[in-house]
Design a protein around this ligand. Structure first.
Ligand code: ATP
Ligand code: MG
Ligand code: MG
Length: 355
């Protein structure tokens, strides 16, 4: 049985472990705060469920291991400045942006980027945290402490948000899942649906973009590219060098989930084009208490992460991949009765994509 170590033991690490079992891969997520000496063997691969990590006993051990796949890519993509620079270097469309330096004023940002400017911390942000809007030219300012640690982006009036999840083997073969349509509310992903025939004409473009990035980085494993769609143009929003929340539907909707795909690539097992089943829907469970009742919803495939429930925290997700859209909508109707009223927006949105 080969062993693969995962830096990080959150839900992504746990789902990698789960996906490794049928392949006889012993996947070992490592808590970054662990003080244990890990029995790392030279031939064992190391991967990560997060793009950034503090310097701890555990992360030092893993990062100094010779077989840490994509080690150089993590710091490059974990810093929005170097990530956006890479996107620019490769000539890929992205929201106009600039670095916020020690003397950068809100006024100069508005002048260059427009009326609405989004400040994003260079490192550490997720689920919309670490962001600050400048929306009132003449009256707003770069907040205290944000100089030199953030980038500024032009606000994009996108039609919708989507992502593509791809995979690349050590010998350079790339495969992609179909584009996923995503709904983010206040910066946090609430729901996804894929595939959608109306987005199929954008697939090739998205694959070219992500393929170019993965090839340039000589990347191995699964990578996600979040995009804004403006008409038929895709702007790269951000990249994740790991399995990604918007790819969770593949657990229900494809013969090879993104977790298995990542492990196959890291373990140098064959990669093939995943086969996609019917339309899948994923509902993120954010800040809600666990309920057994969810298990009674026809077709529901629940992943509960076992984390402490806090407002705005992702604590689980439910996938559906049913035979027809009518059944999926009926399942979402029933699920709605088991979730807070704040879920009406995402459930309505999901149902509207299935019309
Ligand atoms: P994630 O949890 O996906 O890692 P994040 O905190 O890293 O999120 P982004 O993906 O950069 O942050 O932004 C979060 C959300 O904020 C986006 O999904 C989008 O809805 C909105 N957003 C980000 N950048 C822009 C922009 N330039 N213009 C308009 N909206 C934006
Ligand atoms: Mg992010
Ligand atoms: Mg994002």
């Amino acid at each position: 049985m080969s062993r693969i170590w995962v830096l990080g033991a959150g839900q992504l690490g746990q789902m990698l472990k789960h996906a490794g079992m049928p392949l006889n891969l012993d996947v070992q997520p490592v808590d970054i705060e662990s003080e244990e000496t890990l029995p790392l063997l030279a031939h064992e691969q190391v991967t990560a469920e997060r793009e950034q990590w503090p310097d701890t006993a555990a992360t030092r051990q893993l990062a100094s291991h010779g077989a840490f796949v994509n080690l150089q890519t993590f710091p490059r993509l974990a810093d929005r400045f170097t990530q956006k620079s890479l996107i620019d270097e490769l000539g890929l469309a992205t929201a106009p942006w600039q670095l916020v330096e020690s003397d950068t004023t809100a006024e100069s940002l508005h002048e260059r980027l427009g009326e609405r400017v989004l400040l994003k911390q260079r490192t550490g942000g997720y689920d919309g945290r670490g962001q600050h809007w400048l929306r009132e030219p003449g009256r707003d300012a770069v907040p205290e402490g944000w100089h030199q640690v953030c980038i500024a982006e032009q606000a994009i009036d996108f039609d919708e948000e989507m992502s593509v999840v791809g995979m690349r083997s050590a010998d350079g073969q790339c495969f992609f899942y179909p584009l996923t349509l995503n709904l983010h509310v206040d910066g946090i992903l609430l729901g996804s649906v894929a595939p959608l025939p109306r987005l199929a004409h954008l697939q090739e473009k998205a694959e070219q973009m992500l393929g170019k990035l993965m090839n340039n980085l000589d990347y191995v494993g699964v990578m996600a590219m979040e995009c804004f769609r403006l008409g038929d143009t895709l702007l790269v929003n951000e990249l994740a060098p790991r399995v990604h929340n918007s790819g969770h539907w593949t657990q229900a909707g494809a013969n090879i989930s993104q977790f298995e795909a990542h492990l196959r690539a890291v373990a140098k097992l064959p990669l093939v084009q995943p086969t996609v089943k019917n339309t899948s829907v994923m509902v993120n469970l954010v800040g809600v208490d666990y309920q057994d009742a969810w298990l009674t919803v026809p077709g529901a495939e629940l992943y509960w992460y076992g984390k402490e429930v806090r407002v705005g925290r992702k604590v689980g997700h439910i996938n559906f991949c049913l035979d027809n859209h009518a059944d999926t909508k009926a399942a979402l109707d029933l699920l709605q009765t088991m979730l807070p009223a704040t879920y009406v927006e995402v459930l309505n949105w999901l149902r509207s994509q299935l019309d």
